[in-house]
Design a protein around this ligand. Structure first.
Ligand code: MG
Ligand code: MG
Length: 249
């Protein structure tokens, strides 16, 4: 069931989303060689609590941390650890959720650690651009498949693989609501988009094969071929006009 949000509810989601944006902006500045993923996690939790919000991920299906930190061939759901120390040339995807007054904001981005290869830089640029190309389609009169198809076409044009096993999703009082919005699909399919829908769009793009597997820790998702992966996500609201990005400053 898709839960439409009123304007006042979307305002609260914007507040939650802004807190997530603060976290990701501050963490992006702290990412550097020598920093551990556990340090990033501790900073994220501190910022969220300072804003009187709750780390949405912590305890979600038993997840032990505030953010997910996924390095290089890891695409999502990596568990922060003092043993995982960033090094020059890595890329790190950080996903963060904050619950404020009962409403969830969910966003992610992939950050270069120091100087990265031109190939990695291109992957990051294409994945971030794919997110905005998807957001552009999030309009009354379109269907969810228009978002999916636009993301897929743009990503595949660059020869990358669109991950199939994980998708965008509705978000509101719960982190995962209907509808699912895959990063692949066909135009004019899926659910009609309506004013008041709030969705987390999140292209996950692999440099090689779209196939993924889960590590023995039962959380960390990696590319099957060991090549790099990137992830960008925003929570957005569908309005009568342009889509509203809730997880920005
Ligand atoms: Mg997320
Ligand atoms: Mg999400």
């Amino acid at each position: 069931m898709i839960i439409l949000k009123s304007d006042s509810e979307i305002k609260l989601m914007r507040d939650a989303g802004r807190i997530v944006a603060v976290v990701l902006t501050e963490l992006a500045q702290k990412v550097a060689p020598g920093v551990s993923t556990a340090q990033l996690d501790a900073w994220a939790e501190e910022i969220i609590k300072k804003h009187n919000a709750i780390p949405t991920f912590k305890g979600y299906n038993g997840f032990p941390a505030t953010i997910t930190t996924s390095i290089n061939e890891e695409l999502v759901h990596g568990i922060p650890s003092p043993k995982r120390v960033l090094k020059e040339g890595d890329i790190i995807s950080i996903d963060c959720g904050a619950t404020y007054k009962g409403w969830v904001g969910d966003a992610a981005l992939t950050i270069p650690v120091g100087q990265i290869s031109p190939e990695a830089q291109k992957l990051l640029e294409v994945t971030e651009r794919a997110l905005y190309i998807g957001i552009e389609q999030a309009r009354v009169g379109n269907r969810s498949g228009d978002i999916s198809a636009a993301i897929q076409a743009y990503v595949e044009k660059h020869g990358y693989g669109v991950v199939r096993n994980y998708t965008g999703h509705g978000v509101g009082r719960n982190m995962h609501e209907d509808p699912q919005v895959p990063n692949y699909g066909r135009k004019n399919r899926g659910v009609p988009l309506k004013k008041g829908m709030t969705i987390a769009l999140e292209p996950m793009v692999n440099m090689g094969s779209p196939r993924t597997r889960v590590l023995d820790d039962k959380w960390t998702v990696v590319t099957d071929d060991g090549k790099l992966s990137a992830h960008f996500e925003h929570t957005i609201a569908i309005t009568n006009g342009d889509p509203l990005i809730l997880t920005q400053l």
